[in-house]
Design a protein around this ligand. Structure first.
Ligand code: SF4
Length: 318
């Protein structure tokens, strides 16, 4: 059965007319493409607070310039909604945790759902405006620190989109491990070259955690591994790191290829290095070689398929 991550998502991104003004802000790629490969768990914290649709707009504020505390209130009646909002956030967080979600997509710049850059006024000086995180997004990010998330602005960036999708599928795969050290080691093995694309040093650290030479409890090892694994996937792969991983994979074919074939592959990687061709070309060719030469160890590597290829995400990666 194919993997289907569960993704919590701000309801207005799915086209629900649930915004304060009765409208939506449908995110087309998410709605029409991503929806084929994941199950959504829609949430609208403002609606769940009973504010209705349409409703009075809310905004973020600080009492004065020195205050670190960001609060939420209705824009015109100026009612402080922070406490009741937090109660609702807690209920939503419990619900989505129970659903075992693998990621969250938030609406950008919303005082509730925005992950950053949300306009925040200062009551003591109305000209003093700062930027904060929407209160619901902040709550979820603190309560679920390893959960992959992205906002509706960043998901338009094809590199960030690809990485987010990789993270949600990886999150689900990890969630499905049976809790044994053996399975964790197999997981690590299958992610070896994928992790290498993100950070070579963390690959070593993760390998040491999975090896568990200190004979720690499996539960403790899983927590340590997962924290660092998700942190590592947050580091965007560079061209240099991708190339490095590809050269490691290439090493498996040294005895199988003629010198002419090796030259073609090296030229292909040089073209990628110099920005003449894209990553998909090299990755696909290595994948073909893997299958042609029946390299079973490589066939299992997620560098060749961290998510369904029908999402067509790699073709846009430089
Ligand atoms: S941004 Fe968040 S609170 Fe606002 S309508 Fe969308 S889901 Fe609801």
């Amino acid at each position: 059965m194919s993997l289907r991550p569960k993704i919590a998502i701000s309801s207005c991104l799915l086209g629900e007319n649930i915004r304060y003004n009765g409208g939506h802000c449908r995110e087309d790629w998410v709605f029409s493409e991503l929806s084929k490969f994941v199950d959504f768990v829609p949430v609208c914290p403002e609606f769940e607070m009973g504010l209705g649709v349409p409703r009075e707009e809310v905004h973020l504020f600080k009492v004065d310039k020195d205050s670190n505390e960001v609060r939420l209130r209705s824009k015109f009646s100026k009612k402080d909604l922070t406490e009741e909002a937090n109660e609702v956030y807690q209920k939503i967080q419990e619900r989505i945790s129970h659903e075992k979600i693998n990621g969250h997509i938030f609406t950008r710049k919303s005082p509730t759902c925005g992950t950053d850059n949300v306009k925040t006024i200062t009551l003591s000086d109305e000209n003093y405006v700062t930027k904060s995180t929407g209160l619901y997004a902040q709550y979820i990010m603190e309560a679920m620190p390893t959960l992959p998330y992205i906002d509706s602005g960043r998901i338009k960036n094809l590199e960030l989109r690809e990485n987010f999708v990789k993270k949600i599928f990886s999150h689900l795969r990890f969630q499905e491990l049976d809790g044994s050290i053996r399975e964790l080691q197999l997981f690590h093995q299958m992610y070896k070259y994928s992790i290498m694309e993100h950070n070579q040093n963390n690959l070593r650290l993760l390998g040491a955690i999975a090896a568990n030479h200190d004979k720690l409890e499996a539960k403790e090892v899983y927590v340590k591994y997962f924290n660092l694994f998700m942190e590592t996937l947050d580091i965007l792969p560079t061209r240099k790191n991708r190339l490095n991983a590809c050269f490691h994979v290439f090493g498996y074919f040294k005895k199988d290829l003629t010198s002419h074939e090796k030259d073609i592959l090296i030229k292909m990687m040089e073209d990628y290095k110099n920005g003449i061709s894209n990553y998909l070309t090299v990755n696909s060719f290595l994948n073909i070689l893997t299958n042609t030469h029946k390299k079973t160890y490589l066939q299992d590597q997620y560098i060749f398929g961290p998510y369904p290829k029908d999402l067509k995400l790699l073709k846009n990666i430089a």
